[in-house]
Design a protein around this ligand. Sequence first.
Ligand SMILES: [Zn+2]
Length: 433
Amino acid sequence: MKCDLVLKNGNLIDHKGNIFKNKNIYIKEGKILTIEKFQENKIIEGDKIVDCKDKFISPGLVNLHVHSPMNIFKGIAEDVDIDAWFNEEIWPYESNMTGNDVYIGALAAISEMINNGVTAFADHYMEGERISDAVLETGIKGDIALTIFGMSDDFEKELQKTAKIIEKRREESSRLNLRFGPHAPYTCPGDTLKKIIDKAKELGTGVHIHLSETEEQVKDSLEKTNKTPFEVMNDAGGFDISCIIAHGLWMKEEDEKYLNKNTYIAACPKTYMKLNSGYGTLWDDFKNKPLAIGTDGAASSNTLDPMEQLRLYALIGKISKEDARDFTLKDMWNILMKGHEALDFNSGRLEEGYAADLLVWDLNKINTLPLYNPLASIIYSSNSKNITYTIVDGKILKDNGEVIISKKDIEKELVKTSEDILKRSKGNTKLVY
Ligand SMILES: [Zn+2]
């Protein structure tokens, strides 16, 4: 039977980190049609056949929390504390941002993510329509949360507008999902958070929100409302629906009862280190938390590389808990794969019927050899050059090491955008961190 794509004779690494040697994966109409043992003399038919001999094939990576357009701000706010980062740099620059900036930033981010093996990402930003355009154009999968601030003067109008966009665009492609992005409880005061969540329930979609990102936020919340940010979210009904939580770095133990099968936490340790947000509680009881990996935006983390974030998560875990035996390779692989469960893209399994969102790893390079333990090579030694193919819905987006989404123009546009941003300079913002 003729397939669209065949990955021939690869070693599979499944979502649990188990390895199965010498397999063919047959792909048709974007899905895994079948997987079988490679046989030397059997004729394989396919429109395209990729020889994966001595290579590894895994599910793609998910970036569960990113502000993709912030690639336009990469490097603009360095060596500042988190207050200055928000109040004196990022929010004033963002107030003068245009829809085209968002689009160019998203394209740049997507190009970088595909290079780093990301097949799906969960975004949280303003002008989500432009991010959606970038998703549709490039072939990646995107779950786009449209950011809303409850303290905005025309909140009600914003909410209606956001709902309309979600209704209009969510059916456009199976690669695109849209949800509500209430920024955080502290920026959605009063009943605005509940109103957003009620609207999400009405439309049958989910939410993506920043919760307990810093110790200060938790203290402030307790002072003002006598509740933790998780409690505020729970009282507003936020855990009744599909919920992506960014950070949860300072989640309290008593908040763990709110976590359920709809809830996933995106850990972005590079940002916490960069902005000195502390160790928090994200490494406590980590096996019982629905942890996945995010990168946060490039303005704070500078790279959109889930593997780098995972590596940092493991290393911080080992040193902060003073136990080199914990935070094992298999634990880390589970966290890396967890993001698939949070998104509605039928991905993350090397099984028949699942989306063909896959990576081919070439670990036969100086940085990853020898291969005593392929998971160790990937988690602790690999870089983007080891990812030779990034495949989404059976379509090759990184082909033999080259990202094939008009990369040159994006680089030029990105430079031009950065010049415009400096010319426009900082504007006024009502937001206060
Ligand atoms: Zn964020």
